[in-house]
Unconditional design. Structure first.
Length: 292
């Protein structure tokens, strides 16, 4: 059924006083029979067809195509349609698409922001370019803040309340910690402190849940430990805290390694080993930093 909002008629009395009014009423009736309703014409609800829901597999496929093409904003739009028309319980594939899309969007913006911020610090004031650099940095900062706020709101309102116990809750809580951490790198000190507190709270919730529900070698748990330790190093400025957390997760995972362990399949083990290497690399750097 179509509603022609661009065709406007003035309100008329309930009785017909002219030939033109009679023709108008007949025109409305004819359109109504064809399923077209003009403003001011009311049909019983039963005559209005139900809203057609898009196919979930098609939405996911389009999101996958958009991801392959590097159109990460389009990936987010498709996944939001799935959440809107179905439910916030995303499949593993859908969840992965959403996570990678937001990560790619924010990585590009964070990289741009760091470049401009570095130029701002190096630019001599006498060249008269400082204000232009500040303006560009603020534009990027506003865009990055909008993206981070968008995913945090999606997590708080939809994804976390619907998440199941275990890995799904850990995954989404880690995501919230990550994007609050990105916001803690920007803006005024008061805003940075507020976002740092939110990030710490999300990471702690995720880590406690991971300790209770996930295998020490689970890649989601190790990825959380990696990012949480980065939070301590970059945001809290605590290399000791970062090393303690990273080493604890690293040691627990190494002690639990068993190729015959049914809880860890071959592909999971491969992902876990890659994250363990990143933890090891960070530990080496941070230990050197502490010694110097």
């Amino acid at each position: 059924m179509f509603i022609l909002d661009h065709i406007l008629f003035e309100d008329r009395p309930s009785f017909v006083t002219s030939t033109s009014e009679a023709l108008e009423m007949k025109f409305r009736a004819t359109l109504a029979e064809a399923g077209i309703v003009l403003p001011g014409t009311h049909l019983p609800t039963i005559l209005r067809p139900a809203r057609i829901r898009p196919d979930r597999e098609e939405l996911c496929y389009i999101a996958d195509l958009a991801g392959e093409a590097g159109r990460h904003e389009d990936v987010v739009k498709q996944l939001k349609l799935i959440i809107e028309h179905y439910n916030p319980r995303l499949t593993i594939d859908e969840r992965s698409l959403l996570s990678v899309a937001y990560k790619n969007i924010t990585n590009t913006l964070r990289s741009s922001w760091r470049i401009i911020d570095t130029l701002h610090k190096l630019q001599p004031a006498r060249q008269g370019r400082v204000q232009l650099i500040q303006h560009q940095r603020q534009r990027i900062e506003n865009e990055l803040t909008g993206v981070c706020t968008d995913i945090i709101n999606l997590l708080d309102r939809e994804l976390l309340p619907a998440a199941s116990e275990g890995e799904e809750t850990v995954f989404y809580s880690k995501m919230k910690g990550d994007y609050c951490r990105y916001l803690a790198e920007l803006g005024q000190k008061r805003d940075r402190d507020r976002h740092a507190d939110l990030s710490l709270k999300a990471y702690r919730l995720a880590y406690q849940h991971a300790l209770e529900t996930l295998h020490p070698l689970h890649p989601t748990k190790l990825g959380l430990a990696l990012n949480f330790s980065v939070f301590y190093h970059d945001i809290k400025k605590s290399p000791l805290g970062a090393c303690h957390l990273a080493k604890s997760a690293f040691d627990d995972a190494i002690l639990s390694v068993s190729l015959s362990d049914a809880a860890v399949d071959h592909y999971t083990l491969k992902d876990s080993m890659a994250i363990l290497q990143l933890l090891k690399d960070d530990l080496i750097l941070w230990y050197r930093e502490i010694k110097t």
